[in-house]
Design a binder for this molecule. Structure first.
Ligand code: NAD
Ligand code: MG
Length: 380
């Protein structure tokens, strides 16, 4: 609860998705602290209508206006309209892909907290997004489970005390597949994630490990830690959500059953903790054994390409993100093989090497060029 005791206003962008519906489950238990002020979705009007009836927000927006009910906002601008309202204190950005960027920037410029699930925003806009937060007085608090873990482990200590961040990765459905077998994996194979139920795009990213590359770049921008001090380890059970090693040699981890409810709630209450019963209690014997393996970097080229793009900077992270989004859409449409995703990314990064990335316009141009490159490669 805020200092005045009033419930804080929440906007959810992407309320009909996996993170959006998880957030509403959390908020349904926390009505004394938080009030749903705005909801937006892309095209699922029926579910959005149900959510609006249950939470009575002041603003409802549907990007694809076909199913719009009277009184709803529509078009891509409705994400911004929801984010900058005076009755909104926290924007949960649970949109998938680069489409979430403008709303994140607008909310940060207005001094709001952005509870960020939409990691693509930070990968594409990195420095510009963190600068928008600094200038506008807003703050970015991660929803991604690994970054929530890191935030909780760092617990306010200065970055000079952090020696290394180790992101955990479940390894996805192809953790023990050969590269040849992965080449021909079907959509159903790629969507069969062993530990998390998520939207399709992030599920494919978790199979290719492009998701972990996005998360390395995300960690770099959120915590200001250089790339050479961010590592990845495979942990199939998804119980340890990440590690932070400090300069004195001590390593701190955050643990919990794999559920996004905890990181969503923490992104709303950070640095405080509030009573909640959504996540089953932690039982180490039940969650045993917890195992760790080295990443097979050469068998998951999308991971390697993404981390390299992050290190190179400029427009390369935006190109990586856009090429991956375009390639994943083609894979989900059955137009390219699973192995074609990493090939498309590699080709776009090579073709668009050296594009500038200092301004928003430059990043948008790089994003467009990467999507066009990938579609042309696939003959679309
Ligand atoms: P999802 O596909 O289940 O949901 C996406 C939501 O965004 C939907 O409500 C959809 O209506 C909306 N949307 C899609 N395209 C849009 C567009 N162009 N404009 C406006 N709205 C649009 O995806 P998800 O799994 O909930 O993931 C959302 C974000 O959270 C992604 O960036 C993902 O990487 C991140 N994330 C998800 C999880 C998870 O467990 N699902 C975990 C960590 C991070
Ligand atoms: Mg994650």
């Amino acid at each position: 609860m805020s200092a005045t005791g009033a419930a804080r206003g929440i906007a959810i962008l992407g309320s009909t998705g996996s993170i959006g519906t998880t957030a509403l489950r959390v908020l349904a238990r926390q009505r004394a602290r938080f009030r749903v002020a705005a909801l937006t979705a892309f095209s699922n009007a029926a579910l959005l209508e149900e959510q609006a009836a249950a939470f009575t927000p002041g603003f409802v927006g549907l990007v694809n206006g076909d199913g719009c009910r009277s009184g709803w906002g529509s078009g891509t601008d409705c994400l911004i309209a929801a984010s900058i309202r005076d009755d909104v204190d926290i924007v949960i950005n649970a949109v998938v892909g680069a489409a979430g960027l403008d709303a994140t920037l607008a909310a940060l410029a207005r001094g709001k907290r952005v509870a960020l699930a939409n990691k693509e925003t930070l990968v594409m806009g990195g420095a510009l997004v963190t600068e928008a937060a600094r200038r506008g007085g807003g703050e970015i608090v991660p929803v991604d489970s690994e970054h929530s873990a890191i935030l909780q482990c760092i617990a306010g200590r200065p970055v000079t005390e952090v020696r290394r961040i180790v992101l955990t990765a479940s390894g996805g459905p192809f953790r023990d597949w050969s590269r040849d077998r992965m080449e021909q994996a079907t959509v159903a194979d790629a969507l069969r994630h062993p530990t998390w139920q998520m939207g399709k795009k992030i599920s494919v990213d978790s199979a290719s490990l492009a998701n972990k590359a996005l998360e390395v770049i995300e960690a770099h921008h959120l915590f200001g830690v250089p790339y050479e001090r961010i590592d990845v380890v495979v942990h199939p059970q998804s119980v340890v959500h990440s590690f932070v090693e400090f300069v004195d040699g001590s390593t701190v981890a955050q643990l919990g059953v794999p559920s996004m409810e905890l990181p969503v709630l923490y992104a709303l209450t950070h640095p405080e903790r509030v009573h909640d019963t959504g996540v089953p209690p932690f039982d180490p014997t039940e969650l045993s054994p917890m195992t760790f393996e080295a990443v097979r970097w050469d068998d998951f080229p999308a991971l390697k390409l993404g981390v390299e793009a992050g290190r190179r900077g400029g427009a390369q992270p935006a190109v990586f993100n856009a090429a991956n989004e375009a390639a994943v859409a083609l894979f989900l449409d059955g137009r390219i093989a699973f192995g074609g995703i990493a090939r498309a990314i590699a080709s776009a990064l090579a073709a668009l090497d050296g594009m500038p990335g200092e301004t928003l316009d430059a990043l948008r141009a790089a994003d467009r060029a990467a999507r066009n490159h990938v579609r042309e490669m696939a003959g679309c």
